[in-house]
Design a protein around this ligand. Structure first.
Ligand SMILES: *[C@@H]1O[C@H](CO)[C@@H](O)[C@H](O)[C@H]1NC(C)=O
Ligand SMILES: *[C@@H]1O[C@H](CO)[C@@H](O)[C@H](O)[C@H]1NC(C)=O
Ligand SMILES: *[C@@H]1O[C@H](CO)[C@@H](O)[C@H](O)[C@H]1NC(C)=O
Length: 533
């Protein structure tokens, strides 16, 4: 099987381009998933959650046109475009549970791709896609992009990238190299914003444990606060039922368990060289991301994480430095008494991906696993036998080049958007009409029922059709040219979930025997055409 398939989907993409995908939503230009292993009946239920962005700094003719949080089906169909819902740059987009409610959250803020950090806050949306909370770190610190994780539906774990001046003469060539990053995490009460726990790496972890030396590339050379040495680099935090924390520290290439009362290091797993590990382990990993406690049985604890086994520009040639042939998702068992760690499951990429940054591994309740290949911009679902049952890149064709995606997940989700239903119809002089309808973020509509409003404003039914994906097309020859069209969204039991506003529905009259003139399909051209007509 040829896996990195840019075949049919990308061919279509090159002609249709990333715009004009939806006649009812010409403003939306979501990524077109390039699916290499199509999902069949064997994938887990739920939607894919991701926030793809361009890995190029110039943001020109590559990478998603509209980098943003998205919800997709695993058939590649758009469910919700979060473009414009978050400002600046958004990542770590997930569904969560807060006080008994399903919510969405995402980091939004500035992004510094050269040093791999960001500054911003966490935005929480309800099931109507309305912002209900912006969460900031406490004690005059700013949340970094890497982590937001809800514990017991009440508290949030966040992580902070805090440059501080220190004497670094032990590590640096010059006395002017004085800046180091204190890698901090806080547990915050989401409701009140109170900081319940704070941990600072420099209180506990010596720079001796860093794998990436000061002076080289991405980890920083410490000459000023913007260039502070990122010696530890926390990229995930979790908490177990005992109240202890699990950290993934990328630049120490290790996982740490932290006492949730005292802050002491309970153990360290990994590190290069492995001599610094507290464990005897039967696998290798490094520069990992997204470590999560999965379960516990006595002294044995199951943990999942994404093993990059590679890092990026720290090498002076600007090349990826790798410690394995590919990256992988891993599920391990650590014995907290015997200090042994054992590989339980490993998820290798279907097409040899090695990602120098980012990545996630989500273990679903049915044993399926979602692995997101970070800087490689791809996602894979594995079944409980560790076989790949779905594999896709986060955009297609030119736009798919160098797309990156920090984390990806599969979640069940019920969306009831406050956005209006969007309706667009093309009607020819003899009454042939194509009607297009969509409702960004809606997951409940099963059927669309169409009406026209006659001269008296009375609703006359035109017909109905089953909902198909994000946008549903409906053809009819019953509409009068002068009449307005409206549509009702019908739920599972035929109940009306929403009605379009007929004054907002767009209508194009197609001249007899004529064809629409503009078939321009590049995003900017399209807007030019809209503006000048
Ligand atoms: C900080 O130090 C780096 C590395 O020496 C340098 O490239 C950068 O220009 C400095 N920034 C400022 C604001 O001085
Ligand atoms: C954590 O620290 C507390 C207070 O020092 C101590 O009582 C407890 O035993 C420690 N827990 C672990 C797992 O080491
Ligand atoms: C927990 O471990 C014990 C002893 O190894 C084993 O007998 C038991 O089946 C395990 N329980 C679960 C839920 O895995």
């Amino acid at each position: 099987m040829k896996l990195k398939c840019f075949c049919t989907i990308s061919l279509a993409a090159s002609f249709v381009a990333a715009d004009w995908q939806f006649k009812s939503r010409p403003d939306l230009s979501p990524p077109i998933l390039n699916i290499a292993i199509p999902a069949n009946q064997n994938t887990s239920p739920g939607y894919l959650f991701a926030a793809p962005f361009s890995g190029y700094a110039d943001n020109k003719n590559h990478g998603p046109r509209q980098a943003a949080p998205y919800i997709f089906t695993d058939k590649g169909e758009l469910v919700w475009s979060g473009f414009s819902y978050f400002s600046i740059w958004a990542t770590n987009f997930q569904k969560g549970r807060l006080n008994g409610e399903d919510i969405l959250f995402s980091f939004e803020g500035s992004h510094n791709p050269d040093y791999g950090h960001g500054h911003g806050h966490v935005t929480i949306l309800d099931s109507h896609y309305q912002t209900i909370k912006e969460l900031r770190a406490g004690r005059h610190k700013i949340i970094d992009k890497h982590e937001f994780h809800i514990i017991d539906e009440k508290t949030g774990l966040v992580q902070i990238y805090q440059p501080v001046p220190r004497d670094l003469t032990l590590y640096a060539k010059s006395e002017e190299q004085q800046w180091i990053v204190d890698a901090i995490f806080q547990e915050i009460d989401i409701e009140s914003g109170e900081v319940l726990f704070e941990w600072r790496s420099l209180d506990w972890i010596s720079p001796d444990e860093s794998i990436l030396p000061i002076n080289e590339g991405q980890a920083g050379s410490g000459f000023n606060s913007s260039d502070a040495w990122d010696y530890f680099h926390i990229n995930s935090v979790d908490k177990n039922e005992e109240g202890d924390y699990l950290l993934s520290a990328r630049d120490a290439a290790a996982l740490y368990k932290i006492n949730g009362t005292s802050g002491e290091v309970i153990w360290k797993l990994g590190g290069l060289p492995e001599l610094s590990s507290d464990f005897k382990i039967d696998f290798q990993f490094s520069f990992q991301h997204h470590a999560r406690f999965i379960s516990r049985n006595g002294s044995k604890e199951v943990i999942s994480f994404y093993d990059n086994s590679a890092h990026g520009t720290e090498n002076k040639d600007g090349k990826t430095v790798s410690y394995a042939e590919t990256s992988s998702g891993k599920v391990i068992e650590v014995d907290n008494k015997e200090f042994t760690a054992h590989l339980l499951r490993e998820f290798l990429p279907p097409d040899g991906l090695l990602s120098k940054s980012q990545g996630s591994t989500q273990v679903l309740s049915d044993g399926h696993v979602i692995v997101n290949w970070g800087s490689k911009g791809a996602v894979t679902e594995y079944n409980s036998k560790d076989e790949a049952v779905f594999h896709a890149y986060f955009d297609s064709d030119l736009l798919g080049e160098n797309v990156e995606n920090y984390r990806a997940f599969k979640f069940n989700w019920i969306g009831e958007p406050d956005e209006d239903i969007s309706l667009y119809s093309e009607i020819s002089a003899d009454g042939e009409a194509s009607i297009y309808v969509s409702w960004n973020g809606d997951t409940k509509t099963q059927k669309w029922r169409f009406f026209e409003l006659d001269e008296e404003g009375e609703k006359q039914i035109i017909g109905a059709t089953t909902r198909k994906g994000f946008e549903t097309a409906f053809k009819t020859n019953k509409i009068k040219l002068s009449n307005k069209v409206l549509v009702e969204a019908l739920g599972e039991r035929g109940e009306v979930l929403g009605v379009s506003d007929p004054t907002l529905s767009q209508k194009e009259i197609i001249p007899a025997g004529g064809k629409k003139v503009s078939t321009k399909n590049s995003f900017s051209n399209y807007f030019e055409w809209r503006m000048w007509q």
